[in-house]
Design a protein around this ligand. Structure first.
Ligand SMILES: *Cc1c(COP(=O)(O)O)cnc(C)c1O
Length: 365
Protein backbone atom coordinates (compact mmCIF):
# COMPACT_ATOMS: atom_id res chain seq x y z
CA UNK A 1 0.00 0.00 0.00
CA UNK A 2 1.34 3.44 -0.95
CA UNK A 3 0.06 5.68 1.79
CA UNK A 4 -1.45 9.07 1.05
CA UNK A 5 0.59 10.50 3.93
CA UNK A 6 2.98 8.38 5.98
CA UNK A 7 3.27 10.68 8.98
CA UNK A 8 5.43 8.32 11.01
CA UNK A 9 7.95 8.15 8.18
CA UNK A 10 7.87 11.95 7.84
CA UNK A 11 8.60 12.41 11.54
CA UNK A 12 11.19 9.62 11.70
CA UNK A 13 13.41 11.93 9.65
CA UNK A 14 13.54 14.09 12.80
CA UNK A 15 13.52 11.30 15.37
CA UNK A 16 16.72 12.35 17.19
CA UNK A 17 15.79 16.05 17.24
CA UNK A 18 12.21 15.39 18.34
CA UNK A 19 13.26 13.06 21.15
CA UNK A 20 15.89 15.47 22.39
CA UNK A 21 13.31 18.30 22.26
CA UNK A 22 11.01 16.16 24.37
CA UNK A 23 13.74 15.46 26.92
CA UNK A 24 14.75 19.10 27.09
CA UNK A 25 11.15 20.26 27.68
CA UNK A 26 10.43 17.44 30.14
CA UNK A 27 13.47 18.25 32.19
CA UNK A 28 12.93 22.00 32.12
CA UNK A 29 9.78 21.56 34.21
CA UNK A 30 8.23 24.50 32.28
CA UNK A 31 5.53 23.57 29.75
CA UNK A 32 3.58 26.68 28.71
CA UNK A 33 4.76 30.15 27.58
CA UNK A 34 8.49 29.58 28.00
CA UNK A 35 11.79 29.74 26.14
CA UNK A 36 10.91 27.20 23.46
CA UNK A 37 7.84 29.13 22.36
CA UNK A 38 9.78 32.38 22.30
CA UNK A 39 12.54 30.79 20.22
CA UNK A 40 10.10 29.26 17.74
CA UNK A 41 8.19 32.54 17.40
CA UNK A 42 11.45 34.39 16.64
CA UNK A 43 12.59 31.73 14.18
CA UNK A 44 9.27 31.51 12.36
CA UNK A 45 8.93 35.32 12.17
CA UNK A 46 12.43 35.48 10.66
CA UNK A 47 11.60 32.62 8.30
CA UNK A 48 8.46 34.40 7.06
CA UNK A 49 10.23 37.77 6.98
CA UNK A 50 7.72 39.42 9.35
CA UNK A 51 8.07 41.40 12.57
CA UNK A 52 5.80 39.28 14.75
CA UNK A 53 4.83 35.65 15.18
CA UNK A 54 2.38 34.68 17.92
CA UNK A 55 2.11 30.96 18.62
CA UNK A 56 -1.48 29.82 19.23
CA UNK A 57 -3.32 26.55 19.76
CA UNK A 58 -4.28 25.78 16.14
CA UNK A 59 -4.85 27.29 12.70
CA UNK A 60 -8.54 28.02 13.18
CA UNK A 61 -7.77 29.96 16.37
CA UNK A 62 -5.08 31.90 14.49
CA UNK A 63 -7.66 33.22 12.02
CA UNK A 64 -10.28 33.78 14.74
CA UNK A 65 -7.77 35.73 16.84
CA UNK A 66 -6.83 38.03 13.95
CA UNK A 67 -10.49 38.90 13.37
CA UNK A 68 -11.20 39.23 17.11
CA UNK A 69 -8.24 41.59 17.51
CA UNK A 70 -9.45 43.76 14.63
CA UNK A 71 -12.82 43.96 16.39
CA UNK A 72 -11.21 45.00 19.66
CA UNK A 73 -9.23 47.64 17.75
CA UNK A 74 -12.43 48.98 16.17
CA UNK A 75 -11.42 48.05 12.61
CA UNK A 76 -14.12 45.38 12.21
CA UNK A 77 -17.63 45.40 13.66
CA UNK A 78 -20.18 42.65 14.04
CA UNK A 79 -21.99 42.18 10.71
CA UNK A 80 -19.11 43.38 8.55
CA UNK A 81 -18.43 41.29 5.47
CA UNK A 82 -15.24 39.40 4.65
CA UNK A 83 -14.66 37.99 1.18
CA UNK A 84 -13.44 34.40 1.18
CA UNK A 85 -13.07 31.76 -1.55
CA UNK A 86 -16.10 29.53 -2.12
CA UNK A 87 -13.83 26.48 -2.34
CA UNK A 88 -11.74 26.18 0.75
CA UNK A 89 -11.41 24.09 3.86
CA UNK A 90 -14.29 25.05 6.15
CA UNK A 91 -11.99 26.58 8.80
CA UNK A 92 -11.36 29.71 6.70
CA UNK A 93 -15.10 30.38 6.72
CA UNK A 94 -15.76 29.24 10.30
CA UNK A 95 -13.27 31.85 11.54
CA UNK A 96 -15.44 34.59 10.03
CA UNK A 97 -18.78 33.25 11.33
CA UNK A 98 -17.32 32.48 14.76
CA UNK A 99 -16.44 36.16 15.22
CA UNK A 100 -19.95 37.28 14.07
CA UNK A 101 -18.81 38.68 10.76
CA UNK A 102 -20.36 37.62 7.46
CA UNK A 103 -18.42 35.40 5.04
CA UNK A 104 -19.10 36.40 1.42
CA UNK A 105 -18.14 33.61 -0.95
CA UNK A 106 -16.34 34.35 -4.22
CA UNK A 107 -15.51 31.77 -6.88
CA UNK A 108 -11.95 30.60 -7.57
CA UNK A 109 -9.86 30.79 -10.70
CA UNK A 110 -10.55 27.47 -12.43
CA UNK A 111 -6.85 27.05 -13.25
CA UNK A 112 -5.29 27.59 -9.81
CA UNK A 113 -8.34 26.87 -7.58
CA UNK A 114 -7.41 30.08 -5.69
CA UNK A 115 -9.62 33.14 -5.16
CA UNK A 116 -10.25 34.82 -8.54
CA UNK A 117 -9.20 38.47 -8.08
CA UNK A 118 -11.34 39.58 -11.04
CA UNK A 119 -14.49 38.44 -9.25
CA UNK A 120 -13.88 40.20 -5.94
CA UNK A 121 -15.05 43.65 -6.95
CA UNK A 122 -18.59 42.56 -7.83
CA UNK A 123 -18.98 41.06 -4.33
CA UNK A 124 -18.00 44.25 -2.50
CA UNK A 125 -20.70 46.14 -0.59
CA UNK A 126 -20.51 49.09 1.82
CA UNK A 127 -20.09 46.52 4.63
CA UNK A 128 -17.08 44.76 3.10
CA UNK A 129 -14.09 45.20 5.40
CA UNK A 130 -11.70 42.46 4.45
CA UNK A 131 -10.51 39.73 2.09
CA UNK A 132 -9.37 36.34 3.37
CA UNK A 133 -7.50 34.59 0.55
CA UNK A 134 -6.47 30.96 1.07
CA UNK A 135 -3.26 29.62 -0.47
CA UNK A 136 -5.02 26.40 -1.33
CA UNK A 137 -3.06 23.15 -1.65
CA UNK A 138 0.15 25.14 -1.00
CA UNK A 139 -0.01 27.49 -4.00
CA UNK A 140 0.02 31.22 -3.31
CA UNK A 141 -3.06 33.14 -4.36
CA UNK A 142 -2.56 36.06 -6.73
CA UNK A 143 -1.70 38.50 -3.95
CA UNK A 144 -0.70 41.34 -6.25
CA UNK A 145 -4.15 41.60 -7.84
CA UNK A 146 -5.89 40.93 -4.53
CA UNK A 147 -3.98 43.84 -2.99
CA UNK A 148 -4.96 46.12 -5.86
CA UNK A 149 -8.64 45.56 -5.03
CA UNK A 150 -7.97 45.76 -1.28
CA UNK A 151 -6.23 49.11 -1.67
CA UNK A 152 -8.97 50.55 -3.83
CA UNK A 153 -11.65 49.71 -1.23
CA UNK A 154 -9.47 50.08 1.87
CA UNK A 155 -9.85 46.43 2.91
CA UNK A 156 -7.85 44.38 5.41
CA UNK A 157 -6.17 41.31 3.86
CA UNK A 158 -5.88 38.22 6.08
CA UNK A 159 -4.04 35.27 4.56
CA UNK A 160 -5.05 31.72 5.35
CA UNK A 161 -1.52 30.33 5.15
CA UNK A 162 -2.39 26.96 6.73
CA UNK A 163 -1.26 24.98 3.68
CA UNK A 164 1.54 27.12 2.24
CA UNK A 165 4.43 27.26 4.75
CA UNK A 166 7.49 28.66 3.02
CA UNK A 167 5.97 29.39 -0.40
CA UNK A 168 7.67 32.38 -2.06
CA UNK A 169 6.58 34.97 -4.65
CA UNK A 170 8.55 38.11 -5.54
CA UNK A 171 11.02 37.33 -2.76
CA UNK A 172 8.29 37.25 -0.11
CA UNK A 173 7.11 34.31 1.95
CA UNK A 174 3.65 33.04 2.65
CA UNK A 175 2.49 34.82 5.80
CA UNK A 176 3.94 38.18 4.73
CA UNK A 177 1.45 39.12 2.00
CA UNK A 178 -1.32 40.67 4.03
CA UNK A 179 -2.03 42.63 7.19
CA UNK A 180 -1.91 39.34 9.08
CA UNK A 181 -1.85 35.61 8.39
CA UNK A 182 -3.09 32.46 10.10
CA UNK A 183 -0.85 29.36 10.01
CA UNK A 184 -1.66 25.81 11.06
CA UNK A 185 0.87 23.25 12.29
CA UNK A 186 -1.64 20.39 12.38
CA UNK A 187 0.41 17.17 12.06
CA UNK A 188 -0.42 16.66 8.37
CA UNK A 189 0.55 20.17 7.29
CA UNK A 190 3.91 20.82 5.59
CA UNK A 191 5.28 22.07 8.90
CA UNK A 192 3.46 19.80 11.31
CA UNK A 193 3.62 19.40 15.08
CA UNK A 194 2.87 16.20 17.01
CA UNK A 195 -0.48 17.62 18.01
CA UNK A 196 -2.44 20.80 17.41
CA UNK A 197 -0.55 24.05 16.94
CA UNK A 198 -0.83 27.29 14.99
CA UNK A 199 0.47 30.84 14.68
CA UNK A 200 -0.35 34.33 13.54
CA UNK A 201 2.21 36.40 11.64
CA UNK A 202 1.96 40.16 11.13
CA UNK A 203 4.03 43.32 10.78
CA UNK A 204 1.50 45.32 12.82
CA UNK A 205 2.78 45.96 16.38
CA UNK A 206 -0.59 46.89 17.84
CA UNK A 207 -2.35 43.93 16.26
CA UNK A 208 0.34 41.56 17.57
CA UNK A 209 0.05 42.89 21.13
CA UNK A 210 -3.74 42.62 21.02
CA UNK A 211 -3.71 39.05 19.68
CA UNK A 212 -1.17 37.99 22.29
CA UNK A 213 -3.41 39.32 25.03
CA UNK A 214 -6.69 37.87 23.68
CA UNK A 215 -5.06 34.46 23.29
CA UNK A 216 -3.98 34.55 26.93
CA UNK A 217 -7.33 35.20 28.68
CA UNK A 218 -7.36 38.79 27.45
CA UNK A 219 -4.50 39.79 29.69
CA UNK A 220 -1.11 41.38 29.06
CA UNK A 221 -0.32 41.33 32.76
CA UNK A 222 -1.26 38.31 34.84
CA UNK A 223 -4.70 38.66 36.49
CA UNK A 224 -5.37 42.01 34.75
CA UNK A 225 -7.90 41.39 31.96
CA UNK A 226 -8.22 43.89 29.14
CA UNK A 227 -10.42 41.73 26.90
CA UNK A 228 -12.87 38.86 27.26
CA UNK A 229 -10.17 36.60 25.94
CA UNK A 230 -9.69 32.92 25.30
CA UNK A 231 -6.99 30.38 26.07
CA UNK A 232 -5.17 29.58 22.84
CA UNK A 233 -1.49 28.85 23.31
CA UNK A 234 1.22 26.90 21.55
CA UNK A 235 2.85 24.71 24.20
CA UNK A 236 6.57 24.31 24.83
CA UNK A 237 6.76 20.75 23.57
CA UNK A 238 5.14 21.50 20.22
CA UNK A 239 7.22 24.68 19.88
CA UNK A 240 10.47 22.77 20.43
CA UNK A 241 9.45 20.13 17.88
CA UNK A 242 8.46 22.79 15.35
CA UNK A 243 11.84 24.54 15.79
CA UNK A 244 13.60 21.28 14.93
CA UNK A 245 11.44 20.70 11.84
CA UNK A 246 11.57 24.31 10.63
CA UNK A 247 15.31 23.98 9.97
CA UNK A 248 14.66 21.53 7.13
CA UNK A 249 11.38 22.95 5.83
CA UNK A 250 12.88 24.50 2.70
CA UNK A 251 14.56 21.20 1.87
CA UNK A 252 11.27 19.37 2.34
CA UNK A 253 9.50 21.85 0.08
CA UNK A 254 12.16 21.30 -2.57
CA UNK A 255 11.59 17.54 -2.40
CA UNK A 256 7.81 18.03 -2.66
CA UNK A 257 8.36 20.14 -5.79
CA UNK A 258 10.57 17.37 -7.16
CA UNK A 259 7.82 14.80 -6.56
CA UNK A 260 5.34 17.15 -8.24
CA UNK A 261 7.68 17.59 -11.23
CA UNK A 262 7.92 13.81 -11.60
CA UNK A 263 4.14 13.43 -11.45
CA UNK A 264 3.66 16.24 -13.95
CA UNK A 265 6.24 14.82 -16.35
CA UNK A 266 5.11 11.22 -15.98
CA UNK A 267 1.31 11.29 -15.82
CA UNK A 268 -0.14 11.39 -19.28
CA UNK A 269 -3.78 10.37 -19.46
CA UNK A 270 -6.50 12.45 -21.11
CA UNK A 271 -8.94 11.44 -18.36
CA UNK A 272 -6.77 13.05 -15.68
CA UNK A 273 -6.35 16.81 -15.45
CA UNK A 274 -3.08 17.79 -13.78
CA UNK A 275 -2.66 20.78 -11.46
CA UNK A 276 -1.40 24.12 -12.75
CA UNK A 277 1.99 25.26 -11.50
CA UNK A 278 4.14 28.07 -12.89
CA UNK A 279 7.32 26.17 -11.88
CA UNK A 280 8.37 28.81 -9.35
CA UNK A 281 8.67 28.51 -5.58
CA UNK A 282 5.15 29.92 -5.16
CA UNK A 283 3.89 26.35 -4.64
CA UNK A 284 4.95 24.04 -1.80
CA UNK A 285 2.61 21.19 -2.83
CA UNK A 286 0.90 20.59 0.46
CA UNK A 287 -1.33 18.51 -1.80
CA UNK A 288 -1.04 17.24 -5.35
CA UNK A 289 -4.59 17.43 -6.61
CA UNK A 290 -5.80 16.09 -9.96
CA UNK A 291 -9.26 16.36 -11.51
CA UNK A 292 -11.14 13.35 -12.86
CA UNK A 293 -14.73 13.29 -14.11
CA UNK A 294 -15.67 9.86 -12.72
CA UNK A 295 -13.86 10.34 -9.44
CA UNK A 296 -15.64 7.53 -7.59
CA UNK A 297 -14.50 4.89 -10.07
CA UNK A 298 -11.05 6.39 -10.26
CA UNK A 299 -10.59 6.30 -6.50
CA UNK A 300 -11.80 2.68 -6.32
CA UNK A 301 -9.38 1.77 -9.10
CA UNK A 302 -6.47 3.37 -7.22
CA UNK A 303 -7.44 1.65 -3.97
CA UNK A 304 -7.54 -1.70 -5.78
CA UNK A 305 -4.00 -1.00 -7.00
CA UNK A 306 -2.80 -0.19 -3.49
CA UNK A 307 -2.68 3.60 -3.81
CA UNK A 308 -4.32 5.56 -1.04
CA UNK A 309 -5.96 8.86 -1.96
CA UNK A 310 -7.98 11.52 -0.11
CA UNK A 311 -10.54 14.06 -1.36
CA UNK A 312 -9.92 17.70 -0.46
CA UNK A 313 -12.78 18.46 -0.20
CA UNK A 314 -15.90 16.45 -1.04
CA UNK A 315 -18.59 19.03 -0.14
CA UNK A 316 -18.37 22.75 -0.95
CA UNK A 317 -18.94 25.04 2.05
CA UNK A 318 -22.25 26.41 0.70
CA UNK A 319 -23.63 22.85 0.60
CA UNK A 320 -22.70 22.07 4.19
CA UNK A 321 -25.53 21.56 6.70
CA UNK A 322 -23.82 24.05 9.01
CA UNK A 323 -24.42 26.76 6.39
CA UNK A 324 -27.94 25.80 5.33
CA UNK A 325 -28.69 29.49 4.76
CA UNK A 326 -26.48 29.19 1.65
CA UNK A 327 -28.09 26.02 0.26
CA UNK A 328 -29.87 27.99 -2.48
CA UNK A 329 -26.68 29.67 -3.69
CA UNK A 330 -24.86 28.48 -6.76
CA UNK A 331 -21.09 28.42 -7.23
CA UNK A 332 -20.66 26.26 -10.35
CA UNK A 333 -16.86 26.40 -10.48
CA UNK A 334 -16.51 25.36 -6.84
CA UNK A 335 -19.17 22.66 -7.24
CA UNK A 336 -17.40 21.10 -10.22
CA UNK A 337 -14.04 21.30 -8.45
CA UNK A 338 -15.44 19.60 -5.35
CA UNK A 339 -17.00 16.90 -7.53
CA UNK A 340 -13.82 16.08 -9.42
CA UNK A 341 -10.75 16.64 -7.24
CA UNK A 342 -8.70 13.85 -5.71
CA UNK A 343 -5.32 14.12 -3.95
CA UNK A 344 -2.50 11.73 -4.80
CA UNK A 345 0.13 10.58 -2.30
CA UNK A 346 2.41 13.56 -1.61
CA UNK A 347 5.18 13.75 0.97
CA UNK A 348 8.92 14.28 1.04
CA UNK A 349 9.39 10.60 1.97
CA UNK A 350 7.90 8.91 -1.11
CA UNK A 351 10.45 6.64 -2.76
CA UNK A 352 11.27 6.81 -6.48
CA UNK A 353 9.64 3.39 -6.88
CA UNK A 354 6.45 4.55 -5.21
CA UNK A 355 6.29 7.64 -7.42
CA UNK A 356 6.84 5.51 -10.54
CA UNK A 357 4.14 3.09 -9.44
CA UNK A 358 1.66 5.92 -8.96
CA UNK A 359 2.50 7.30 -12.41
CA UNK A 360 2.16 3.92 -14.12
CA UNK A 361 -1.11 3.09 -12.39
CA UNK A 362 -2.56 6.46 -13.39
CA UNK A 363 -1.44 6.05 -16.99
CA UNK A 364 -3.09 2.63 -17.17
CA UNK A 365 -6.47 3.96 -16.04
C1 LIG B 1 -5.74 23.06 8.35
C2 LIG B 1 -6.40 24.30 7.87
C3 LIG B 1 -6.94 25.24 8.75
C4 LIG B 1 -7.12 25.01 10.21
O1 LIG B 1 -6.02 24.61 10.89
P1 LIG B 1 -6.17 23.75 12.26
O2 LIG B 1 -4.81 23.82 12.83
O3 LIG B 1 -6.58 22.39 11.87
O4 LIG B 1 -7.18 24.45 13.10
C5 LIG B 1 -7.42 26.42 8.23
N1 LIG B 1 -7.43 26.66 6.91
C6 LIG B 1 -6.96 25.77 6.02
C7 LIG B 1 -6.97 26.10 4.57
C8 LIG B 1 -6.43 24.56 6.47
O5 LIG B 1 -6.00 23.66 5.58
Amino acid sequence: MIKFLDLLKVNQQYETEIKSAFNQVFESGWYILGENLKRFEDEYARFCGVKHCIGVANGLDALVLVIRAYKELGVFQEGDEIIVPSNTYIASILAISETKLIPVLVEPDVRTFNLDPTKIEQAITPRTKGILPVHLYGQLADMELIHQVAKKYNLIVIEDAAQSHGAIANGKRSGNFGHAAGHSFYPGKNLGALGDAGAVTTNDDQLATTIRAIANYGSEKKYHNLYKGINSRLDELQAAILSAKLRLLDEESAVRRKVASMYLAGINNSKIQLPYWDRTENHVFHLFVVRVKDRGNFQEYLTSKGIQTVIHYPIPPHKQIAYEEWSGLSFPISESIHNEVISLPMTSVLSKDEITTVINVLNEY
